[in-house]
Design a binder for this molecule. Structure first.
Ligand SMILES: Nc1ncnc2c1ncn2[C@@H]1O[C@H](COP(=O)(O)OP(=O)(O)O)[C@@H](O)[C@H]1O
Ligand SMILES: [Mg+2]
Length: 285
């Protein structure tokens, strides 16, 4: 047993007060194609979970496109390098979003998690463990496509929310992502969310097309339909204003759909109650 895994099992066994050290429900929000709405879904979902009393951390794992801090008009001061140098705690690096959910910004060099040495990983792990005790949900906003970084975060998460839209290319790209995760990494369960649907019927039709392709060509993969989010001009309006739709337009259709999704995730978190060790997966120990 390596030193790192010894430490991990010690921490796992020690439990602790409060929520007894249980790790948070960790969900990746992911897609084959960019621009399908992952970042909007992640941030609004985080807000809705927080409004329902949950403690939420969002990891912005997409370094290519519009970052969450920009989307929300926030300006992070520190990054994960400050943590590794011992200058700041992980908690100090986090940025507070609307409604109180927390964000680990993309600028914090999350990609460097790959290249840390053992002692740095151990140090970061203890910092993360400390923080995980105070969390109910961890949402990871991934980049689009099938690069190492996307795969890495999808493997670290307990559940994968694959977002697609009625556009045919979004369907084929979602299928390609699922295929890689299933065939190369033995992931067999995916949650499917159809964004920008014109109606309930369209959402279901898009899901069915994907499910049919998976049934035919991918053995043992199960795709659960988590529902749809309607196409809603309020999404774009909120983005333009650098504010959160669920906060400024709580009654619009898209906000209501995302709040419903928050309710679903809370229900299933209550039912799951497992001791899945998220941070260990993140740091590859
Ligand atoms: N339900 C929706 N209705 C209308 N427009 C949407 C919806 N969801 C997302 N959008 C728009 O799509 C664009 C891409 O969204 P974004 O969340 O940045 O996608 P991703 O993170 O997947 O690249 C944004 O301009 C956003 O306003
Ligand atoms: Mg994005």
């Amino acid at each position: 047993m390596t030193q790192a895994s010894t430490l991990v099992s010690m921490m796992r066994d020690s439990g602790g007060a409060g929520n007894s050290g249980a790790s948070p429900g960790a969900y990746s929000i992911t897609s084959g194609k960019g621009g399908v709405g992952k970042t909007n879904i992640t941030t609004n979902l985080a807000f809705c979970l927080a409004r329902r009393g949950k403690r939420v951390l969002v990891i912005d794992a997409d370094l290519n496109l519009a970052n969450i801090d920009i989307l929300l008009g926030l300006s992070p001061k520190y990054n994960i390098q400050h943590v590794l140098k011992g200058e700041r705690s992980l908690a100090e690096v986090l940025v507070r979003g609307p409604g109180g959910f927390r964000i680990l910004p993309a600028s914090s060099g999350i990609l460097d998690l790959f290249s840390l040495d053992e002692s740095q990983k151990l140090f970061l792990l203890s910092e993360m463990e400390e923080m995980a005790r105070d969390l109910d949900f961890l949402l990871i906003d991934t980049a689009a496509g099938i690069n190492d970084n996307v795969i890495y975060f999808n493997l670290a998460a307990r559940e994968r929310l694959v977002v697609l839209t009625p556009e045919p290319t979004s369907l084929t790209d979602a299928y390609a992502l699922i295929k890689v995760l299933a065939a190369n990494h033995s992931i067999d369960r995916f949650r499917i969310l159809v964004n920008m649907a014109a109606s309930k019927a369209e959402g279901l039709a898009v899901y069915r097309k994907l499910a049919m392709a998976a049934d035919r060509f991918l053995d043992s993969v199960s795709l659960d339909y988590l529902g749809f989010i309607p196409k809603d001009a309020k999404v774009t309006e909120a983005v333009r204003r650098q504010e959160l739709m669920a906060e400024i337009f709580p009654e619009c259709r898209a906000s209501r759909a995302i709040d419903e999704l928050a309710g679903t995730l809370i229900e299933e978190a209550g039912a799951a109650g497992d001791g899945n060790f998220f941070w260990q997966g993140m740091l590859n120990l």
